[in-house]
Design a protein around this ligand. Structure first.
Ligand code: BGC
Length: 372
């Protein structure tokens, strides 16, 4: 069977032939992969700036945003059946007994750093025809989300952020509407999303669903499908080619929440200066190596203290975030079917995957598909 592999030693990204895996443990399932999303992390891995092969391998099979169909289940698997659609969890726990997060099933908060991530860190990924994996890491998606469920994993990033945001909002009682307890309520508050890529746009959909007045700031100018998506979901789009980062506060008013999804540290810093009183700033982008900038930390920290601000970094996602993302995607799909479809303009067969990842991204979210 075919797989896309990165060889860091020889600096190659190529299509390889692998033997099809078989179930060897009763708690495993075998998946036929359907769709694999490509993101900035994959591009970094393919330029050898990130990612690590498994310890016993000189290559890494990439792909972590995945949708598969169960084709076989081990004898001890009771919750899944052949034909089920599943989105696999990316991160797997470390083995240390002292890691309270991993031992509690929350490897997205791993304390030792010795976790693995399928397709990224120490474990092969899903950009291959068949995969065998443990059933407990599978998140079932309804059949009617077949065409869009590959978006679940990038949406989990926003759902994890939102879950933490809910906790943070408790510090400020007026933000919480008792009628909808347990959920983040943005009504009457302004959120700014940095970046109109899939993570940013899915985050904006989650914020609109939580009733934030939502602004999206990115470099595109009209006409552009990303801007169409922004308008379709009722967000206001601001182009960085027309509004400088320093002018955002003047355009928007006090910003209660920033959801950063770019990984550009200078932009992130500039926008932090415009965060409003009691504001929360969520960083999700992972900056690569960038040029050094001069900063004025005294002013920054003074403002943060005097305005009760919070800066929060968040990575990966836990089991709760996967089920929340699947539920949200159903809502988005019903509410904005065209916008959700626009995110995935076209699918690419595995034979052209390397070209698509390295040279010619397609649509807002590039998707490699195994359908015949
Ligand atoms: C993935 C996460 C992962 C992170 C860091 C992201 O692209 O979506 O699952 O934890 O990269 O490796």
């Amino acid at each position: 069977m075919k797989a896309v592999a990165v060889f860091p030693g020889s600096q190659e990204v190529t299509l390889i032939e692998q033997e099809e895996p078989n179930i060897t443990q009763p708690n495993q399932v075998k998946l036929r992969m359907l769709d694999i999303g490509i993101c900035g992390t994959d591009r970094e891995i393919c330029t050898f700036a990130y990612g690590t092969p498994p310890t016993d391998s000189d290559y890494l099979i990439i792909g972590h945003e995945a949708l598969g169909e169960v084709v076989e289940v081990g004898a001890a698997v009771t919750q899944l059946n052949a034909g089920d659609l599943v989105v696999p969890t990316v991160r797997r726990p470390c083995s240390h007994s002292r890691c309270r997060s991993c031992r509690a099933g929350h490897q997205d908060f791993c304390e030792t750093g010795d976790f693995t991530e399928r397709g990224i860190q120490g474990a092969h990924g899903f950009l291959t025809e068949f995969v065998v994996d443990e059933a407990r890491y599978m998140n079932r998606a309804p059949q009617h989300l077949r065409e869009v469920a590959v978006l679940v994993e990038p949406l989990t990033i926003a759902k994890k952020a939102e879950y933490q945001l809910y906790g943070l909002m408790q510090r400020r009682p007026p933000w919480i509407d008792p009628a909808v307890s347990g959920r983040t309520q943005g009504r009457g508050h302004r959120a700014l999303v940095l970046g109109a890529g899939p993570v940013g746009l899915l985050g904006a959909m989650a914020l609109r669903t939580a009733e934030f007045e939502t602004f999206i700031y990115s470099r595109e100018q009209e006409p552009d499908p990303r801007i169409e998506v922004a308008h379709a979901i009722g967000a206001t789009y601001l182009s960085s080619q027309r509004v400088p980062a320093s002018g955002l506060e003047a355009h928007i008013g006090p910003i209660d929440l920033v959801y950063e999804a770019v990984g550009h540290s200078l932009l992130a810093l500039e926008v932090l200066h415009g965060l409003g009183p009691n504001g929360i700033y969520v960083l999700t982008g992972v900056p690569g190596r960038q040029t050094l900038v001069e900063a004025d930390p005294a002013t920054l920290f003074r403002e943060m203290v005097l305005k009760n601000q919070v800066v929060l970094g968040t990575v990966n996602a836990g089991p709760h975030d996967f089920s929340a993302a699947i539920a949200d995607l159903e809502t988005f799909h019903q509410r904005w079917p065209d916008a959700v479809r626009t995110l995935m303009a076209q699918r690419t067969p595995i034979e052209q995957a390397v070209e698509r990842i390295l040279r010619r991204p397609a649509g807002i979210k590039s998707v490699i598909s195994f359908r015949s």
